[in-house]
Design a protein around this ligand. Structure first.
Ligand code: BG6
Length: 425
């Protein structure tokens, strides 16, 4: 199928770090035939500068288009430029700061660039709270039908996130145990050793709750909680994720920790900033299947390690039983089960061992952004968040957001701390 991908913000950080490398790999792997890329930028730039090291794979398919994003006539020019090709579909990727998104959507709509062959790919943040997210969903719906909208949550597209579903659906020993009767608690963690890496304005408006918990961690949690009956049907996943999130009760601020790494305020040059770089929340589902199972979501920057994992802790029937199944989302993608075994030797001692599956070293795992692009081009929506999922996630977080907005104090932690250090401080 002939497709044009129009990237708004081709010179921006996301396009440079994630989209161009992903496109380069996808084109090299011949996953998208007949793809034309139009990179939109506000300022005049040279193509070789924008494409950099991805020049080799992208040069032949890419062209740049300079425009003022606030000028209606420039959208007309862009429309003519796009229409000069004979594409069956046009995808707009809005890789731009949140405050430009609404404007671009409106102008695309007003210029008639929103017909059925057009798709809209949106990056988070999807609003900053429930009210703004609702307004954003409504505004987008004025110009684009929900079927045309692809809300990206790149965690859903990570190989191991998809594997949570495959593993649960296709391994009977675990599917029988997937309930409160056997599971004592669930932890979803996305820990980073890096700080905010110069994203000062973005982070000051966002913070860890909006940046990582609202989308990424909620989505991973939904993959654990969702009901998987019968045949594995990927297309039905968004509906199942929504049902899972709908049963999660609004977060209790009393069971929530927010903290900030020690030199954050000087890094953002705001001595009173209360913005959190660490969050840990305990949630609960009112689905009887998950009755009383604590569901802990934790994320933070400037920690002692980089690790994204989903940990399922099983109930031990006697003390000292091995009890943990870990989906290692990154790095060292794989699945690990914590087991107790007999220690070799004459004495009847036991020891911890791990049963683990890691992908062989030469396996190439596609980057999440490659998957996102391939799926959007192929009209596969299972790995994208629907408007209802986004709104439900905000509803769950609303009590914590409200409480935090009334408290200016934030717990501090030294860079390089562990999660336990922060939680037990
Ligand atoms: C992004 C957040 O969505 O995810 C970043 O904005 C975070 O703050 C990043 O660092 C983590 O993604 P990944 O794929 O590098 O683990």
């Amino acid at each position: 199928m002939k497709s044009t991908l129009v990237i708004f913000g081709i010179t921006g950080d996301l396009a440079q770090r994630k989209l161009l490398p992903a496109l380069s790999s996808v084109i090299e792997a011949e996953k998208c035939d007949e793809l034309r890329i139009i990179g939109v930028s506000r300022r005049e730039v040279e193509q070789f500068e924008v494409l950099g090291e991805h020049h080799q794979h992208l040069d032949g398919t890419t062209s740049l288009f300079q425009m003022d994003l606030n000028d209606t006539q420039h959208y007309e020019r862009l429309k003519d430029y796009i229409d000069a090709g004979d594409d069956e579909q046009v995808l707009y990727y809005l890789s731009v700061p949140p405050d430009s998104v609404t404007n671009i959507i409106e102008r695309l709509g007003q210029a008639g660039m929103n017909g059925p062959r057009h798709k809209l790919l949106l990056e988070k943040p999807f609003g900053k709270d429930l009210d703004s997210a609702r307004a954003m969903v409504e505004h987008t719906a004025t110009y684009f039908d929900e079927s045309q909208v692809y809300r990206i949550d790149h965690f859903l597209a990570k190989e191991m996130a998809q594997n949570i579903v495959a593993f649960r659906a296709r391994n009977a020993i675990f599917s029988h145990l997937w309930s409160a009767e056997y599971i004592e608690r669930v932890e979803v963690v996305a820990l980073e050793s890096i700080g905010i890496e110069g994203r000062v304005a973005f982070y000051e408006q966002t913070g860890a709750l909006r940046d990582v918990v609202q989308g990424h961690l909620m989505q991973l949690l939904a993959l654990v909680l969702l009901s998987l009956e019968g045949e594995l049907d990927w297309e039905s996943l968004p509906g199942h994720r929504l049902a899972a999130l709908s049963a999660v009760e609004p977060a209790d601020p009393v069971r929530s920790i927010r903290a900030q790494y020690d030199n954050y305020q000087s890094e953002v040059d705001n001595p009173h900033s209360p913005v959190e770089t660490f969050v840990s929340l305990e949630l609960h589902s009112n689905n009887p299947r998950w009755a009383s199972v604590p569901l802990r979501l934790t994320t933070g920057k400037a920690l002692d390690c980089k690790k994204t994992e989903v940990r399922i802790h099983f109930r031990g029937s006697t003390n000292g039983q091995g009890d943990c199944l870990i989906f290692k989302i990154q790095p060292d993608e794989g699945i690990e089960i914590d087991l107790m075994t007999k220690k070799p030797g004459y004495d009847q001692e036991l020891e911890h061992q791990k049963l683990s599956y890691m992908y062989p070293a030469d396996t190439r795992l596609p980057d999440a952004y490659e998957q996102v692009l391939v799926d959007a081009i192929s009209s596969r929506k299972s790995l994208f968040a629907t408007n209802d999922e986004v709104l439900r996630a905000w509803e769950i977080l609303a009590p914590v957001q409200q409480y935090w907005s009334s408290v200016t104090d934030v717990q501090k932690y030294p860079s390089g701390s562990s999660v336990d250090d922060i939680i037990n401080a």
